[in-house]
Design a protein around this ligand. Structure first.
Ligand code: THU
Length: 159
């Protein structure tokens, strides 16, 4: 039997330790929560994607009375970015969430389906996406979806 270990690195930054462009992207994600439609969960999630040319595209969770038909903030954002700027790699994705008490202290992490979509976007453009998970206690920074979705499927397995 052989065994191997998979390591994920998450760096936690205080607000003042973040690069200015990352702070701006997080602010965009926080502002994007105002476009959330979350009458069922009451949980408003915003995301902001920065593209290689500097454009910022925002999105938010959009719920539906038929619950599974809704979509998370990460996917509304990435699909909007790819639909409007198909030639532009996504380089960073910030995510912020608030409940009725305000922005959460502990950052949320993308659900499994969103991780798969982030993986697909990285593969499509051949570019890692830096993921910024905002919480009032700190921002967790992950350099690529590899850390959140180890052993992900890619077309390299089919060759
Ligand atoms: N949600 C997101 O938009 N992103 C996440 O990373 C986790 C969950 C949304 C889905 C649903 O509208 C609400 O948050 C509660 O799960």
């Amino acid at each position: 039997m052989k065994e191997y270990t998979i390591q994920s690195i998450v760096r936690v930054f205080g607000w003042d330790e973040l690069a200015a462009e990352d702070r701006l992207l997080i602010e965009a994600a926080k502002n994007a929560t105002s476009g959330s439609y979350a009458p069922y969960s009451g949980f408003c999630v915003g995301a902001a994607a920065r593209l290689q040319n500097g454009t910022v595209v925002i999105g938010s969770n959009q719920e539906n009375v038929a619950y599974p038909s809704g979509l998370c903030a990460e996917r509304t954002t990435l699909f909007a970015a790819n639909a409007q700027y198909p030639d532009q790699p996504v380089v960073s994705l910030a995510i912020a969430a608030r409940n009725k008490e305000g922005f959460v202290a502990r950052p949320i992490t993308p659900c499994g389906a969103c991780r798969q979509v982030i993986s697909g976007v990285e593969q499509r453009y051949g570019h890692p996406i830096c993921i910024l998970l905002y919480g009032t206690d700190g921002t967790h920074v992950i350099d690529s979806i590899d850390a959140l979705l180890p052993l992900q499927f890619s077309d390299s397995y089919m060759k």
